[in-house]
Design a binder for this molecule. Structure first.
Ligand SMILES: [Zn+2]
Length: 117
């Protein structure tokens, strides 16, 4: 998948999920889209081995990213809602899921490697 696809997929899913009572702003959706494509922007990869050794394509970074989002949402409650932080985390996790389906990711990298290195 391309970075643009990674950015648009969570937008579509969140929009479908929130169809009846959508109170999110266009900037909220922008943050969700950025979060969806962030893993590829932080550590671009062309070949599969690059993705398997990418620190941005593992669960440890996702946990750090989610905790950072939660901290930001707690500090700036009015500008960055908790709900948006959770959707951003979901978008990042969706990126990892899609990359995991299409070739795989090294889930615990860099803490533990499963590529045999
Ligand atoms: Zn990726």
């Amino acid at each position: 998948m391309t970075t643009v696809t990674h950015a648009l997929a969570p937008i579509i899913l969140v929009k479908l999920f929130r169809l009846k009572n959508d109170t999110l702003t266009k900037y909220d959706y922008l943050w969700i889209a950025i979060s969806g494509g962030l893993a590829d922007v932080l550590n671009p990869h062309i070949y599969l081995i690059d993705r398997l050794t990418s620190w941005s394509h593992g669960l440890p970074f996702w946990v750090v990213f989610t905790l950072t989002l939660l901290a930001i949402s707690l500090c700036f409650r009015r500008k960055f809602k908790l709900q948006v932080a959770l959707f951003c985390s979901f978008a990042y996790a969706l990126h990892l899921l899609f990359d995991g389906i299409s070739g795989g990711i090294n889930l615990h990298y860099p803490i533990k490697t499963t590529t045999g290195e």
